[in-house]
Design a protein around this ligand. Structure first.
Ligand SMILES: Cc1cc2nc3c(=O)[nH]c(=O)nc-3n(C[C@H](O)[C@H](O)[C@H](O)COP(=O)(O)OP(=O)(O)OC[C@H]3O[C@@H](n4cnc5c(N)ncnc54)[C@H](O)[C@@H]3O)c2cc1C
Length: 172
């Protein structure tokens, strides 16, 4: 748990950097001049990365690191030229993601050991429990049974337990 949130990390790391926000990228082109030299931008490399944003802004650079979310790649919202290699495109389409709910329970006073960071229920050995090891198939059939609670007293100052739940888990 990071007091006051993870946002502090990029804010601190980006100090002194020229960060441009609100410029969604539409296309990334790796260009090469006929003589092998740079077409635009950096002259020290024989490859050029040409980046076009939706607002018409263009950046030419020698390298680009793309860290957009998987969904953006799945929907092909950025046009790559040349296209991404087939193996990478396949991996993008095969990978999945899901939704988690965050549950915050506030108590009048703590009933748990407040010196631990987290505690959980491992199961008693029935099919799908973590007592049998980390078996993904078994985990799927018993989703939500693995109760891991975060002791949030340290960060919130209140008797609070935090928990993440798969979307379909019903809490009563
Ligand atoms: C509600 C919520 C709670 C979470 N809680 C936790 C937690 O407690 N602990 C934890 O470890 N993780 C948590 N996560 C997950 C964590 O936030 C992500 O795993 C992490 O932020 C992923 O980082 P990333 O850099 O890969 O992607 P992101 O942080 O999603 O960054 C991708 C960036 O790409 C930008 N982008 C998208 N399309 C384009 C485009 N066309 N051109 C240019 N830029 C583009 C987006 O604007 C975004 O800034 C949480 C996520 C959510 C949504």
């Amino acid at each position: 748990m990071v007091v006051q949130g993870y946002g502090q990390v990029p804010v601190r790391l980006s100090e002194g950097l020229d960060v441009r926000l609100d410029q969604p990228v539409a296309a990334i082109t790796r260009a090469k001049a006929e003589d092998g030299s740079a077409t635009t931008g950096a002259k020290t490399t024989d490859e050029n990365i040409h980046i076009e944003c939706h607002d018409g802004t263009v950046y030419d650079c020698s390298a680009a690191i793309v860290t957009v979310p998987l969904g953006v790649l799945k929907n092909r919202q950025i046009r790559f030229t040349p296209p991404l290699p087939e193996w990478k495109e396949k991996a993008i389409q095969h990978l999945g993601f899901g939704l988690l709910n965050k549950l915050v329970l506030v108590f009048e006073k703590p009933f748990w050991d407040t010196t631990v960071g987290l505690f959980g229920y491992v199961g008693s050995g029935e099919e799908g429990s973590f007592a049998k090891g980390y078996d993904l198939k078994a985990y799927r059939s018993s989703r939500g049974k693995f109760y891991m609670f975060w002791n949030c007293i340290v960060v919130s100052g209140l008797p609070v337990l935090g928990k993440q739940l798969p979307l379909h888990t019903i809490v009563t």
